[in-house]
Write a protein that binds this ligand. Structure first.
Ligand SMILES: [Zn+2]
Length: 141
């Protein structure tokens, strides 16, 4: 099974049909969250977001990343060095003949991006996220 999608949708608390997701999400968010797409680098307004606040899943609203863990990676995608506790899951993504670690929302299974081991301290991780898969809410929590 060379190109198996690394997704077991039955395992997530939030369950919706593909038709329901398609109706709720923008076409670009649907492509990323539900079809493992990747937005074009530098297109997300969240790249420039520097206010305190929380980044939520655009699919289900679960809080995923605190603004305090965001950093400028220079990649053109919003990047974080750590997710909120238990907010995301990871699987091995073997598409495109590379092995990458895919990151998805632990609540709805929506695809968010990938994580790479070249981030800043304290974790050394770089969560490279699609901005269209996130929704920012400014303010403390
Ligand atoms: Zn979600």
């Amino acid at each position: 099974m060379l190109f198996r999608k690394s997704h077991d949708t039955a395992a997530y608390p939030v369950q919706k049909s593909e038709a329901e997701w398609r109706a709720e999400l923008s076409p670009e968010a649907y492509r990323v969250l539900r079809e493992h797409g990747t937005e074009r680098a530098g297109t997300s307004p969240l790249n420039a977001e520097k206010r305190p606040g929380t980044f939520h899943c655009a699919g289900c609203g679960q809080p995923l990343f605190d603004a305090a863990t965001k950093f400028e990676s220079g990649t053109g995608w919003p990047s974080f060095w750590a997710p909120r506790e238990g907010a995301v899951g990871t699987t091995s993504d073997r598409s495109f003949f590379m092995v990458r670690t895919e990151v998805h929302c632990a609540n709805c299974g929506g695809h968010l991006g990938h994580v790479f081991p070249d981030g800043p301290q304290p974790t050394g991780q770089r969560y490279c996220m699609n901005g269209v898969a996130l929704r920012f809410e400014p303010g403390g929590d």
